[in-house]
Design a binder for this molecule. Structure first.
Ligand SMILES: [Zn+2]
Length: 481
């Protein structure tokens, strides 16, 4: 991305000039203070209040949560005209997206930055939990509740950051727009409304707090954080075979089940090519450095020659590492047959694909059709989520995030990331807004990987620290140097 590099380089030069001017101004005006114990207490209070509201699809509670935030933001001095809710009827239930504009200094010409998280949560099967999922409980340094990680921590921390900076009289040098969706877990219709809103459309980029967690190691090694700049596209295809059926006592060679078996064997043999973009190239390089052994050798070979069959075969033995390299498709559900004693008339399989960013859905459908050719099966799209292009890894944004991460965790690494898909970020990217998943909420892997699962929990030391991440980052990208 030569054009972007030169833009980043010129920005650094300008930054040097701005810095010296700022230092002179600071002679008269003290810097806005860093978060203190009172701020951390407030963040915890807001967090606890949000976690008690069951913002699960079908319960109509998202507007209630939005009102809680609005009341607190208004009390901190945000004027009514800088707060907007975007109501939406989804299957008879009203949900909302929430926008809060932290206005930049009068006369500023910089483009806004959007800050993203979501207010809804996935459901929780209460009897499987060791605590009530909607009554937060703190024990052993963790806070247990549905949404504690995904993503009410970030909602509370971003709201608290807006409140405390506003109360301290801080004025950013550009608009900062908080954009909270209300149905990220169930269709993201509010997300698309937010991405199309006038306050957001003009954004230079968006920072998504969902996807902004990192990993703590057990052995004292520095924590690892990720800069999510791309997502795969999640698409389900329906593969179907049909037959006129008949009595099971008189079987024929033509049979919907045998045809489906042939179709699935064809899909089992299907391989998508190794692909690199700026994001997974950086990931593959980092993975090669961290892993060593045959994975490192294979990745280095593929970085030089994506068509190398032997290196590809090595990576196929490591599916959790290899899924950054190519599109994947796998059958996940199957149904068929009409009666125990009848020849099947219909068989249908669901084939779920995670598509490499930028690859059209039709191209994957065509590859599936080729794979099942001769079986008589048909292939159609069953459910598709929005596809999105990768966002360019801007050096200025990446370095600002790294400084904020290291303010919390000195020595921690930050690596570009392409995820398997599933955050609001893809809708903002698809709308033309470069979007980065960022944050330094640190979880232990794998025991804290509980989002959407049982006993979801947040490590509260990390939660307390996260106010520093947002304080450092917002002051960095919006004016206080
Ligand atoms: Zn989620």
């Amino acid at each position: 991305m030569p054009a972007l590099q030169s833009r980043a380089a010129s920005r650094r030069l300008v930054g040097g000039l701005v810095l010296s001017t700022c230092l002179m101004v600071f002679g008269a005006k003290a810097a806005t203070p860093a978060p203190d114990a009172r701020d951390r207490q407030q963040a915890r209070e807001i967090y606890s209040e949000l976690l008690r509201i069951p913002t699960v699809k079908g319960q109509g509670q998202v507007p209630v949560l939005a009102e809680v935030l609005i009341r607190r933001l208004r009390a901190a001095g945000f004027p009514a005209e800088d707060i907007q809710t975007l109501p939406l009827d989804v299957g008879g239930e009203t949900t909302v997206g929430l926008l809060v504009r932290y206005r930049g200094a009068a006369g500023n010409t910089r483009k806004p930055v959007a800050l993203l998280a979501h207010m809804d949560v996935v459901g929780a099967v209460a009897e499987n939990w060791s605590t009530d999922p909607f009554r937060p409980v703190e024990k052993d340094g963790y806070l247990y509740a549905r949404g504690s990680v995904d993503t009410k921590a970030s909602v509370a921390l971003l709201a608290t950051t807006f409140i405390r900076l506003r109360e301290a009289g801080w004025v950013p040098d550009r608009d900062l727009v908080l954009a909270l969706s209300g149905d990220e877990e169930s269709g993201s219709r509010t997300t698309r409304q937010l991405a199309a809103h006038a306050w957001i459309r003009s954004a230079e980029y968006a920072l998504n707090a969902d996807g902004g967690t990192g990993e703590m190691a057990h052995d004292g090694a520095p924590a690892a954080f990720f800069f999510q700049a791309a997502e795969k596209t999640s698409v389900s295809f329906k593969v179907e075979t049909r037959n006129r059926g008949g009595h099971s006592s008189a079987p024929r060679p033509d049979n919907a089940m045998y045809e489906m078996a042939d179709a699935l064997k064809g899909i089992q043999a299907l391989r998508f090519p190794v692909q690199f973009n700026e994001v997974n190239r950086a990931m593959a390089e980092a993975m090669a450095r961290a892993r060593g052994g045959e994975v490192a050798t294979a990745l280095r070979t593929l970085l030089g020659d994506p068509g190398d069959a032997a290196a590809r075969a090595v990576m196929e033995k490591h599916p959790e590492d290899a899924n950054i390299l190519w599109t994947t498709c796998v059958p996940t559900m199957i149904e068929g047959g009409n009666a125990r004693n009848a020849l099947a008339q219909n068989v249908a399989a669901t084939v779920h694909c995670r598509i490499f960013p930028g690859v059209p859905i039709e191209q994957v459908q065509a590859a599936l059709e080729r794979a099942v050719r001769g079986s008589g099966a048909s292939v159609s799209v069953d459910a598709a989520r929005g596809s999105s292009p990768p966002s360019p890894i801007r050096a200025d944004v990446f370095e600002a995030v790294r400084r904020a991460v290291n303010a919390n965790y000195p020595g921690a690494t930050l690596t570009p990331e392409m995820s398997s898909g599933g955050t609001d970020g893809r809708y903002f990217r698809a709308a033309g807004i470069p979007t980065y998943g960022v944050g330094s909420l640190a979880l232990r892997h794998p025991e804290d990987d509980r989002a959407h699962g049982i006993d979801e929990r947040m490590w509260m030391e990390s939660f307390d620290r996260e106010l520093t991440f947002w304080d450092v980052l917002l002051k960095d990208i919006a004016g206080e140097h």
